[in-house]
Design a protein around this ligand. Structure first.
Ligand code: ZN
Length: 167
């Protein structure tokens, strides 16, 4: 009697366990592919910058390596070297963006980056809209200072914490 009752329960538990394992494996594969894609894109952007300004590219490479070594955050570059046309368009889209003759991105002297980390199945991000306090807590602005980089989180009239530039 009791074995008949237990069997469906056991089967149910086994299927739950199997499902959990499958979901975890799929998720882990997804994170590995995501991180590889980010790493590849970061390298591409830094190589691009190097073509315009080798010294700045080297500095950004060390800066990013230090962030990933000294904090729990991973770095995803969202913008590097920009063409004059792109910058003109950005200024048109949002007048608060830098003019083409002012933007360090055109000279290969700036990067925009977001930070991310995973907690369980959750991904936490620090983006442009994130508060200055949470960026400061990441210790990334502190590392930037060490490299003499200007941080967009310190701008008076424009909150741009993703932006780091060589002065
Ligand atoms: Zn920027």
């Amino acid at each position: 009697m009791s074995s008949k009752k237990r069997k469906p329960l056991l089967r149910y538990l086994m299927s739950i366990l199997l499902l959990t394992i499958v979901i975890s494996v799929v998720y882990i594969c997804f994170t590995i592919v995501y991180d590889l894609r980010v790493r590849y894109y970061n390298t591409t952007v830094l190589d691009n910058i190097a073509e315009a300004n080798e010294a700045c590219a080297v500095k950004f490479r060390h800066f990013i390596a230090d962030i990933e070594k000294e904090t729990s955050w991973k770095v995803e570059i969202i913008s590097g070297l920009r063409s004059r046309e792109t910058q003109i368009q950005l200024k048109r889209d949002n007048p608060r963006n830098a003019a083409v003759n002012k933007s360090r991105h055109v000279l290969g002297r700036a990067v925009d980056l977001i930070l991310y980390k995973r907690e369980g199945f959750r991904t936490i991000q620090l983006r442009k809209a994130s508060s200055k306090a949470s960026w400061l807590a990441s210790r990334v602005p502190e590392i930037a200072k060490r490299y003499g980089l200007l941080w967009g989180g310190t701008y008076k009239n424009y909150h741009d914490p993703v932006h780091f530039e060589v002065n």
